[in-house]
Ligand binder design. Structure first.
Ligand SMILES: NC(=O)c1ccc[n+]([C@@H]2O[C@H](COP(=O)([O-])OP(=O)(O)OC[C@H]3O[C@@H](n4cnc5c(N)ncnc54)[C@H](O)[C@@H]3O)[C@@H](O)[C@H]2O)c1
Ligand SMILES: [Zn+2]
Length: 367
């Protein structure tokens, strides 16, 4: 099967190519060579967990299965490990191995490892070429595309980073079969988000095939992942630096981020917080009269069908309201809310007041 090819065009990189196909890992050496001509060598960065599951396939795909000296740089993943300290370990390995400017960093993993190793590629020798091999739904549909790389600061998420467009994003949906059900579902909430913000047909496909998607069926996942990549590629091509259009990707994230923050990033997976955030934001849209109650009900029905979200009943509403005001999306003191106007289209509201936010929170049981 020849891969689906998408391109991201930005000022900072000529073109960044996304290839999507089941089994793509097996031809990694050829596609990396084509995307990164003249590479002096490849350095692979991954986590022990991901490498344990998919390292053999990646080694095979890169044609180094029988070269014992070929060793990846392995660092821990998960949000707690997304720090300057872990980034420093990647830098150390690059320096010790004498990696030069013509080398290519290939990162294999979820969004955490992708953002972190991407930042290492952006900063080492002022930038070496980067290839993403994303292994979670979040990474395949979102974090590996668009060039945002970085780590967390002790006082806030993703506060340290850069834009560094990958030369190639190699998406192989078969790697998702090893994800836990919860991790898979958390990623699928963001897939639903793409449908609501940009594509009625994707939304309908999600509704029609959700059970197969939740089972991790690669044939069900392939078309929806391809749609999400196409939407993200298009948005980033039009607005790399999030001056305008790219903000629509934050649908569900204003309240979602606040929920993550007040629960210390422990209770909810990011996608689960976004699911709550989408329910809340869309209730705000209905209350403001800019979205139909019928479509809102359709979204809620789909999210509820996906399974129960972790209970958040007892959370402190005032703390959540305060956290929304600290969000990175606050520009010059104005809170930005992405609100649907119909399935497939949104508007950005800068005048959502506190009573309206409370309406949104009431929708998710927080009153
Ligand atoms: N750069 C961007 O534009 C962007 C966009 C969205 C999210 N992000 C970032 O992405 C991160 C979240 O990414 P994530 O949800 O992928 O989390 P993650 O990278 O922490 O991965 C989640 C877990 O899944 C495991 N895992 C990864 N691939 C696996 C596989 N194939 N099988 C089994 N287990 C596997 C990992 O070891 C980890 O424990 C956040 O830090 C977020 O800030 C960045
Ligand atoms: Zn998100």
């Amino acid at each position: 099967m020849s891969p689906h090819v998408l391109e991201v065009h930005t000022r900072s990189a000529q073109v960044s190519r996304i290839l999507i196909a089941p089994g793509l890992l097996s031809s990694l050496d050829a596609i990396v060579a084509e995307a990164c001509p003249g590479a002096s060598r490849l350095v692979v960065v991954s986590s022990p967990q991901v490498w344990g599951l998919h390292g053999a396939a990646v080694r095979h795909g890169l044609g180094v299965a029988d070269r014992e000296e070929f060793a990846p740089v392995l660092v821990p993943d998960g949000e707690k490990a997304k720090t300057m300290a872990t980034l420093g370990r990647i830098h150390d390995a690059l320096v010790v191995r004498g990696i030069d400017r013509k080398a290519v960093l290939v990162v294999v993993g979820g969004g955490v490892i992708g953002d972190m190793a991407g930042f290492a590629a952006a900063s080492y020798l002022r930038g070496i070429r980067l290839v993403h091999v994303p292994t979670t739904v979040v990474a395949q549909t979102d974090s590996a595309i668009g060039g945002k790389v970085g780590v967390n600061h002790r006082l806030g998420k993703n506060l340290l980073g850069a834009f560094h467009q990958p030369a190639l994003v190699a998406v192989d949906p078969t790697v998702l079969t090893t994800l836990s059900r919860r991790e898979l579902r958390a990623g699928l909430y963001e897939v639903v988000k793409y449908g609501v913000i940009a594509s009625p047909s994707l939304f309908t496909r999600c509704a029609e095939t959700m059970d197969a998607l939740l089972d991790g069926s690669p044939s069900a996942l392939l078309p929806v992942i391809t749609d999400c990549c196409a939407i993200k590629a298009d948005v980033v091509t039009k607005d790399e630096r999030e001056d305008g259009l790219r903000r629509i990707l934050n649908f569900g994230h204003t309240i979602g981020h606040a929920l993550e923050a007040v629960t210390n990033y422990r209770l909810l997976r990011h996608g689960e917080a976004v699911a709550y955030g989408m329910k809340a934001a869309s209730a705000i849209a209905v209350a403001r009269g800019t979205w139909s109650a019928t479509e809102h009900a359709e979204l809620v029905r789909l999210l509820d069908h996906m399974g129960p979200l972790p209970a958040i009943g007892g959370l402190d509403v005032d703390a959540i309201l305060a956290a929304t005001r600290r969000d990175k999306k606050v520009v010059a003191g104005t809170l930005h809310f992405v609100l649907p106007t119909r399935i497939g289209d949104t508007t950005i509201a800068t005048d959502v007041d506190e009573p309206q936010v409370r309406v949104g929170l009431a929708e998710i049981g927080l009153a």
